[in-house]
Design a binder for this molecule. Sequence first.
Ligand code: SF4
Length: 188
Amino acid sequence: MKPKLVLHVCCAPDEAYVVHTLNADHELACFFCNPNISPFEEYAIRLKEARKVADHYGVFFAADDYLPELWEKSIAGVAGSSEGGERCRRCFSLRMRRTAAFCQANGWPSFTTVMSISPHKSIALLNECGIAAARESGVRYEPFDFKKKDGFLNSTILSKQLGLYRQDYCGCRLSRDERDHRGKNRKI
Ligand code: SF4
């Protein structure tokens, strides 16, 4: 029997590469949980694309409710910190905790996040948040690092082949402002 694994999904390009990589050896479920994404129109596009990837590979897909007020509450007092700092730690933590709770509620024993594919995200921070969230819900966090073996490059190639939308900011309103300041040329 294949090991069961929930993938916390932030966007379709990262999801596609990870599903493509793990699907043969795992029973996968994709869980789209991103109360950080702003504005809602951007959230809706990323959700639609993520669902499209799961359908393409024949993988179970579920989406959390869109709860931006929860994300705002989670970063209260640290909104001024830069990308990669305390606000991102809290953002990771919120999404991991909700994913762990999804696993616990639906009988999935373990989860990971496709976010580790991004060269802009700290694997140490992701692992710390994932492990803590898993412990709280009595499930397991699998510390994959999908950026290994040219994961990021391969995800850009695969997402082009599949014709997927690729965002140019991480997701929250703050990262969008930062994108606007530095110019719209960084691929996430
Ligand atoms: S930059 Fe990305 S990880 Fe950090 S708070 Fe914003 S959406 Fe979350």
